[in-house]
Write a protein that binds this ligand. Structure first.
Ligand code: NAP
Length: 220
């Protein structure tokens, strides 16, 4: 399975403020590009905290895709959307997640929770047990997922990188500085020893206004 991550970051690598609330770091163009990456995936995955902050359908927005293509953005191509649905995957220890709202109402969303705690959700499936990245990948492969988009947060991306599971890292570098030792970064967790740090090569970089859209390939 191909695993890609996508994150909007500040110049100092932050993905949110120290309050861990939802903040829009990128411009509307970044939001539109998020739809492209979702359209190229079969499944979109977030951690429990990111889902609580933004419990919306993790699916492409046709209007955003059309606007991005019309703007001449250099990497706007995507497969057709007609008739498709997307696994929307949430990893949680607590299953302390919203139990109502658009996430459960959108017919394109196939909710799939991997949870260490048993419980009910209004639609979709809860896979209960110890949540490990290899286990999640195996379960997604068994459901036919070929491309998984991990949207964060930093805790989640750190675990996928530590498992050696990430193939590509998409970053939108946005022109602001949030700072703060306690603010989440694109890769949190314990960190890597320098010798074991994942090494990357730059696949492409596109500039739109003051934002840089980068694709890095993880060297295996
Ligand atoms: N700028 C961006 O592009 C971007 C993208 C995503 C997120 N964000 C922001 O970044 C911050 C996210 O912070 P974060 O890194 O703490 O959040 P996160 O990665 O979304 O979520 C961490 C949560 O994931 C669950 N989790 C992690 N490891 C698990 C495991 N092995 N088994 C089961 N569940 C596991 C737990 O959920 P439970 O607490 O439910 O048990 C944990 O609290 C938020 O402020 C968010 O809004 C920004």
């Amino acid at each position: 399975m191909r695993v890609v991550t996508n994150t909007a970051i500040t110049v100092d690598g932050k993905i949110g403020s120290a309050r861990y609330d939802h903040v829009a770091i990128g411009t509307p163009v970044d939001r539109q590009y998020m739809s492209v990456l979702r359209a190229r995936a079969d499944a979109v995955l977030v951690g429990g905290r990111t889902f609580r902050n933004w419990p919306l359908p993790l699916v492409p927005d046709p209007a955003a895709l059309a606007a991005l293509a019309a703007s001449g953005f250099p990497d706007a191509a995507h497969p057709p959307l007609e008739g498709r649905s997307w696994w929307n995957v949430v990893l949680t220890r607590t299953l302390d997640v919203p139990k109502a709202g658009r996430f459960y109402e959108d017919p394109r969303v196939r909710p799939l929770f991997f949870s260490a705690t048993a419980g009910e959700v209004p639609k979709g499936e809860v896979v209960v047990g110890e949540v490990t990245i290899p286990g999640v990948l195996a379960a997604l492969a068994a459901r036919g997922v070929e491309t998984l988009l991990v949207e964060g947060g930093g805790d989640m991306i750190a675990q996928f990188l530590a498992a050696g599971a990430v193939d590509e890292i998409y970053l939108t570098i946005c022109p602001l500085v949030l700072g703060g030792r306690a603010a989440p970064t694109v890769v949190d967790g314990e960190g890597f020893p320098f010798d074991a740090a994942p090494r990357l090569s730059l696949g492409h970089v596109n500039r739109v206004g003051d934002e840089l859209y980068c694709r890095y390939v993880v060297q295996k």
